[in-house]
Design a protein around this ligand. Structure first.
Ligand SMILES: C[S@@+](CC[C@H](N)C(=O)[O-])C[C@H]1O[C@@H](n2cnc3c(N)ncnc32)[C@H](O)[C@@H]1O
Length: 201
């Protein structure tokens, strides 16, 4: 059984908007502290000039900055941007919609997206990603993580995740952008694993 999709969308809309101040608490608590590890799966192949889209509260951008990576983040929600600014102070952070990236073509070696919502399936967004990427660039997407259901709390959370996300098989790629071939690999974390999709031309 899965909760109605419209209800789930509505709840996530609240979490990315007025409830953004509790986003980190929610993702930490409901995924047993694995969320930050899963986000960092995207850093395995991160090099050169990097654009993160849908960057949320800036948690991955903070890790990237600490590692000295050349990182620009882009996020649509003003509340998420506010949280990210609180965390990062000054940082390369753009408020924009991924369907119309206000960025020059061919600028980035990598485009990163962790736990994207449906925008990552939009042909318009995928065309925009292709436009800003260098010809030999790569797209790094972490679409999901799964907990190892250790203990009673872990098993309960597992049930809860099924209610919210359903039990669709993990994707092995994304249909687009044109000319991009996807590979998939699992990256272990202390209490689970994250799926990393890598798209290359
Ligand atoms: C599930 S959250 C993931 C946030 C962060 N990447 C993480 O790993 O926690 C999805 C994020 O994508 C943002 N988003 C949704 N649609 C977007 C769009 N069209 N353009 C830019 N950001 C978008 C939301 O505001 C939200 O912050």
């Amino acid at each position: 059984m899965r909760l109605p999709v419209r209800l789930v969308r509505f709840a996530f809309g609240l979490l990315y908007g007025p409830f953004a101040p509790i986003y980190d608490w929610v993702s930490r608590t409901f995924f047993l502290g694995q969320w930050v590890h899963w986000q960092q799966a995207a850093l395995l192949e991160a090099e050169g000039r990097i654009l993160e889209i849908g960057s949320g509260t800036g948690a991955l951008q903070q890790v990237a900055r600490d590692r000295g990576l050349d990182w620009t983040a882009l996020e649509r929600s003003p509340q998420m941007i506010r949280e990210a600014r609180r965390r990062l102070g000054s940082a390369r952070l753009v408020r924009a919609d991924a369907r119309a990236l206000p960025l020059r073509g061919g600028t980035f070696d990598r485009v990163v997206s962790t736990f994207p919502s449906e925008y990552i399936l939009s042909p318009t967004v995928l065309a925009e990603i292709a436009r800003v990427l260098q010809p030999d660039g790569a797209i790094l997407v972490v679409p999901l993580g799964v907990l190892r259901p250790d203990g009673m709390f872990g098993r309960l959370l597992d049930r809860f995740h099924l209610l919210v996300y359903g039990d669709a098989p993990p994707p092995h790629g994304i249909a687009g952008p044109a000319g991009v071939t996807w590979t998939a690999c699992w990256v272990d974390s202390p209490h689970g694993r994250a799926l990393l999709l890598i798209g290359r031309r």
